[in-house]
Design a protein around this ligand. Structure first.
Ligand SMILES: [Zn+2]
Length: 565
């Protein structure tokens, strides 16, 4: 960014509406020139009237170009920012109903499943619809071994996602993650699962765009690993995290997960409910088309042809037989198979003509729900508004066209206070990649704690260093010798910011009140229903995973549909 030519920068500014918005914000902020009158009282007022209009215009141009180059992103992941301004072209959203249609392509045992996947691509081609096929690494390798270039090519015409390396062979993802902490879990997921991801890249000639867990083998440590591989979307369904049945950001990824709309479109046991599914879609459409929304609909190619899942007959209840003992699952009759494909074709054919219905893939969802907070620059006035919304019930915030996770509020307000402490000129703050939640739990603060501004300001500078190095919220914040949970510290940052924005006077003391991470209520409490997948060993439970998952509620916020222009 910094080394970009003037011309290059200007092209990007003029081409992209998001930059127009940034320019507007820069111009409204940069003229609040800070003059450090005394150690404690700063004056932000600026007399515009002494300039003629032309001089003002020249200054605005200079100031905003300078700002574009000068603003330093907060947080470690600056690479992400290099493209953050390049928001994908805005679709004509308005009240569009987006249908994410995805197929978990996982059965590497029954050869007829290969043909089932191919037949689905033919149905989609007839309907003019592109879907997302989340392929298991071993499935991709099996297609290659069986010489099914035809299937590989047919799938390549759609979007390829990733569905774990071996899916149901033990230990599955949640099984091995259940015994690991945050960092070890991320590293182990990469060690075990990255090879299958790379195989798919080689076999299909493009990197998978999304990931979803096998069965309900969900774990929070996979998010930083996926992000480091370049995966930006988590596409699946399970009850572990959910935000009112709508898409959300969590763990730094766009989650199309635990979506309410579309859950009643799936076939029943004998696929006899096509008319009911159509009626359900009509009702969903009527509800969503008022303000726009996202429908998530999934199938497995193998379920069109088998009587029982390929993994159920081999890996149920923790069983882990060697390859030469794998059994073929029983198949349906030819009539039943026709009925099943007709269900899919009938449903897609019914949905397609609705006005403003758009079938989208996982990567297209990123364009439909861009994260407008990432890479955005925040003025002092906006930071004051953000601070005003922070309460002891720490959670995400909604603003006009963007949402902020608790960890993003923490990063912005800490940087603001750290700059107060450093007596730095107040340029707009640019938000970098969403910081992760803490990797360890910390006890809540029982009573309010008062500390001097001197101590609080030194802590803010220290925390800025921690965020810079780790891109993560610390599990405790040290006020000298006193450890404080990050939620309480965030509330104190917010109060300090609010007061400073109004008065430009530094406080003598700062109070850190008890607080709790209210956003954690969107993450399920550990219970047997989370781990009901038939493949898990009997009695499998993973309470520690849900403790880590709740800590990552720091990263949670709604995914907002881009509004049409
Ligand atoms: Zn699966």
């Amino acid at each position: 960014m910094v080394t970009q030519s003037f011309r290059g920068s200007w092209k990007r500014i003029t081409k992209n509406p998001a930059w127009d918005e940034n320019v507007r914000r820069f111009t409204s902020f940069d003229f609040r020139v800070s003059a450090f009158g005394s150690a404690r009282v700063y004056n932000f007022d600026f007399q515009v009237s002494i300039f003629g209009h032309l001089a003002l215009l020249a200054l605005i141009l200079t100031a905003c170009i300078g700002s574009l180059w000068a603003v330093e992103p907060i947080g470690r992941n600056r690479d992400a920012l290099a493209t953050a301004g390049e928001t994908p072209a805005l679709p004509d959203a308005g009240s569009n109903v987006y249908v994410v249609l995805w197929f978990d392509t996982e059965d590497y045992i029954l050869p007829q499943s290969d043909d089932a996947a191919k037949r689905i691509t033919e149905i989609l081609a007839r309907e003019g619809v592109r879907a997302t096929f989340k392929v298991v690494g071993e499935k991709g390798r099996t297609l290659e071994r069986r010489g099914r270039r035809d299937v590989i090519e047919a799938l390549s015409g759609n979007e390829i996602g990733y569905h774990a390396n071996t899916h149901s062979q033990h230990p599955t993802v949640a099984e091995y993650e259940s015994k690991l902490d945050w960092e070890e879990g991320a590293a182990e997921f990469t060690r075990r699962e990255r090879p299958g991801f790379e195989d798919l890249r080689r076999i299909f000639g493009k990197a998978p765009t999304c990931y979803g867990q096998p069965g309900s083998s969900w774990a929070p440590q996979v998010f930083p690993a996926l992000k480091s591989w370049g995966v930006k979307v988590y596409l699946d369904d399970a009850p572990h995290v959910g935000l009112d049945g709508k898409p959300f950001w969590y763990g730094g990824l766009l989650n199309i997960f635990n979506i309410k709309a579309g859950s009643d479109l799936r076939p029943n046991e004998d696929w006899s409910n096509l008319d009911e599914a159509k009626a359900n879609f009509k009702a969903t459409y009527d509800e969503l088309s008022r303000a726009g929304g996202v429908v998530s609909l999934y199938f497995h190619p193998c379920e069109f042809i088998h009587r029982e899942f390929w993994d159920g007959v081999n890996f149920a209840k923790g069983a882990n037989p060697p390859r030469d003992e794998w059994k073929l699952p029983p198949m349906k009759t030819p009539e039943e198979i026709e009925r099943d494909f007709n269900y899919l074709e009938g449903l897609v054919h019914y949905i397609k003509p609705f006005p403003n219905v758009r079938f989208i893939t996982a990567s297209e969802a990123l364009g439909v729900m861009p994260d407008r907070a990432q890479g955005r620059s925040f003025s002092e006035i906006e930071l004051g508004e953000i601070a005003g919304q922070v309460s002891s019930e720490v959670s995400f915030q909604m603003h006009q066209d963007y949402a902020l996770s608790a960890s993003e509020q923490f990063a912005l307000l800490n940087e603001y206070v750290a700059r107060m402490a450093r007596k730095q000129q107040r340029e707009p703050l640019r938000l970098g990649a969403t910081p992760y939640g803490p990797g360890l739990d910390a006890p809540a603060l029982a009573d309010s704690l008062n500390v001097s501004w001197s101590q609080f300001s030194r802590t803010a500078v220290d925390v800025a260093g921690f965020l810079e190095k780790n891109n993560q919220i610390p599990n405790v914040v040290w006020l000298g010798s006193k450890p404080v949970p990050p939620g309480s510290y965030l509330v104190a940052l917010a109060r300090t910011t609010q007061s400073f924005v109004k008065t430009h006077t530094l406080p003598d003391y700062v109070t850190l009140p008890p607080a709790h991470l209210a956003a954690a209520r969107y993450v399920a409490d550990d219970s047997p229903r989370l781990w009901e997948w038939l493949i898990f060993p009997e009695g499998f439970d993973a309470p520690q995973l849900m403790v880590l998952a709740k800590l990552q509620a720091w990263t949670l916020k709604p995914a907002l549909l881009a509004q049409g222009r």
